[in-house]
Write a protein of this length. Structure first.
Length: 202
């Protein structure tokens, strides 16, 4: 039993190491220029071990997209289970999203890599198969519902809720990309700046 537990732990650690190496290698080399051997080298494992966990580069790309989808699922859960006002629900989500980017470089890298994948060959099909497109669509729709409720309560500025939803998602993507580009020169926007487009001043 103890031996099986150790083996499972090693298996999980190796898979995680390969996934992390894939993320870094895709970002460094680009999707099309990355080979499975490059990922194996970055993970410090043999190519055979890499293929044992992931049969192809597309399978690894799909795993990256699934990981990104989990973050979107968490965002959707925040919107769906918010027990307080639309404003407090949205502000909690916005604060969490900013913290993820600010505290975790990999979160910014993952957000940026997703769009690189979408522009690659078969990228959209892989994103659809991973569930990422559905999660993005759900986030857009759930945000629009929150914005509409907040407009009805007088807390949010008027405007097309779906337009505002797409703007917010695009802004988050821009923050993630700009952090990677500017590195140490980057200044993280405050929560007030990040949400000023929708929050009505008292």
């Amino acid at each position: 039993m103890q031996r099986d537990k150790r083996f499972e732990q090693m298996r999980v650690e190796t898979q995680s190491k390969i996934e992390d190496a894939a993320l870094q290698t895709f970002l460094q080399n680009g999707i099309s220029d990355t080979k499975m051997q490059d990922i194996a080298k970055a993970a410090n494992v043999s190519a055979g071990v890499t293929y044992r966990y992931f049969s192809s580069k597309d399978e690894l790309i799909k795993k990256v997209l699934i990981n990104a989808g989990e973050g979107l699922q968490n965002a959707n859960n925040t919107l769906l289970t918010g027990a307080k006002s639309p404003k407090s629900t949205f502000m909690a989500l916005a604060s969490h999203m900013l913290s993820e980017i600010n505290d975790n470089d990999d979160a910014a890298k993952l957000a940026t890599l997703v769009y690189q994948i979408l522009g690659s060959k078969n990228g959209y099909e892989l994103a659809k198969a991973s569930g990422l497109i559905a999660q993005h669509t759900a986030l857009k729709d759930n945000l629009a519902k929150i914005f509409s409720l907040g407009q009805d309560s007088g807390d949010f500025k008027l405007g097309d809720p779906y337009e505002l939803s797409c703007f917010f998602i695009s802004t988050f993507q821009g923050v993630a990309m700009t952090k990677l580009v500017l590195s140490e020169q980057f200044i993280m926007p405050s929560l007030a700046t990040f949400t000023n487009f929708i929050i009505k001043e008292n």
